[in-house]
Design a protein around this ligand. Structure first.
Ligand SMILES: [Fe+2]
Length: 380
């Protein structure tokens, strides 16, 4: 989920060079997609999720994160017409030629294109109606983390041959497990365990997954147990407080394409903490654009906080209250930490290696250890 810069265990074929890919609105369509305005009454198809899991239910303390909500079950969000228009914009020549990112982590990601050449995608995620739905489910008022993160796309394409091979392997494994009297489920991750860079993500499915199996999101509960949430069907979405819950996306089998759209969010209110990091996105971004947008919204937050602090001090003085020195010093320390956090996240351009992500997005020591073992084994 929110597979922004995370490891694929099996390299996926590059859709740009894969002759077998002939999905709807074929990738690299030559014509510019027709402009369609986003109309909430026509393009939203919202039904509340059957269940929303709180952080507490997932075994985490309430103080963790920016909301008491952890993750939702998949729910219908966009109409079929909206999904088709999103596909047209996302799978256009222009997006592929200008906004495609590849890394050791995922071979095909489309990022940062929305402001430039996907007006429908941009408006869909900026719409007050959409944000109202997302915020209500998330339990906190949210806005897109930055324009650069609107509509991040993870694209996996398989040929018929690859699809059948993977399915046959799964059936063979399941049969073997049945012979041995064991339960079996395909637990192969498409992305390794990770946390996201941004507080919340909304993952929307742009592919028809009706004939696919798998594709769940595995979450680690507070006690280390694994908890799975179903993957969304076409037009459905899942909301996850991914910055605070380690998770991994499991493989989906039986399809020739799987295109998911991940939009990241942060709280709208400036007084709520902002733990956003850039660990998973730095290596797959236009750094100038990413740093500009990161600095811009964080400076906006600081301006709001300073204005708020000034008003508070003035109001207290007018009301003849004694000056709260301890509170002022605490406020100053918090803003210094806020700036230090920014300084740490804005890594010098020459120190950022395209496509390389270190382990700092992992929270649990045992997962860090597991990851370093895998790396050593790969080198040996
Ligand atoms: Fe994620």
């Amino acid at each position: 989920m929110a597979t922004v810069g995370t490891l694929t265990s099996t390299p996926l074929p590059d859709p740009m060079t894969n002759p077998d890919f002939d999905g709807v609105n074929t990738i690299g369509t030559s014509s510019t997609p027709e402009k369609v305005p986003f109309e909430p009454s026509k393009h939203l198809n919202f039904m509340p999720p059957s269940k929303v899991y709180s952080m507490e239910e997932l075994g985490y303390p309430q103080s963790r994160g920016v909301s008491p909500i952890g993750v939702s079950e998949p729910f219908p969000l966009f109409s079929a017409e909206a999904i088709q228009q999103m596909r047209k914009e996302v799978l256009s020549d222009e997006v592929f030629s200008k906004w495609k990112y590849s890394s050791e982590l995922a071979q095909c990601q489309l990022r940062g294109y929305a402001t430039d050449c996907a007006p429908f995608v941009y408006d869909a995620w900026k719409s007050p109606e959409t944000l109202g739905i997302i915020s209500k489910i998330a339990g906190v008022d949210l806005v897109p983390a930055m324009d650069f993160e609107i509509g991040h796309v993870n694209l996996a394409v398989y040929s018929e041959e690859e699809k059948n091979k993977a399915l046959n392997e799964m059936v063979a494994k399941a049969n073997r497990a049945a012979d041995e009297g064991k339960d079996w489920e395909d637990g192969d991750p498409i992305v390794d365990w990770h946390t996201d860079s941004y507080p919340f993500v909304c993952v929307t499915m742009l592919s028809d997954c009706t004939r696919m199996v798998g594709g769940e999101t595995a979450l680690r509960r507070g006690d280390g147990e694994v908890f799975k949430v179903r993957g969304p069907q076409m037009g459905y979405a899942v909301i996850l407080q991914g910055r605070y819950i380690e998770h991994q996306a499991l493989r989906a089998l039986g399809g020739t394409e799987r295109i998911s759209m991940v939009t990241s969010f942060r709280p709208r209110a400036s007084l709520i903490k902002d733990d956003t990091v850039l660990t998973t996105v730095r290596p797959i971004s236009d750094l100038g654009e990413l740093y500009l947008q990161f600095a811009e919204y964080r400076f906006d937050i600081l301006q709001d906080r300073f204005r708020h602090a000034n008003k508070l001090m003035r109001d207290q003085q007018r009301a003849r209250r004694s000056f709260d020195t301890a509170r002022l010093k605490q406020f100053i320390r918090e803003q210094m930490e806020f700036l230090e956090h920014m300084d740490k996240e804005i890594v010098e351009d020459d120190k950022v290696v395209k496509g390389k992500v270190d382990d700092c997005y992992l929270l649990s020591e045992d997962l860090k250890l597991e990851r370093s073992k895998k790396r050593r084994a790969a080198v040996a």
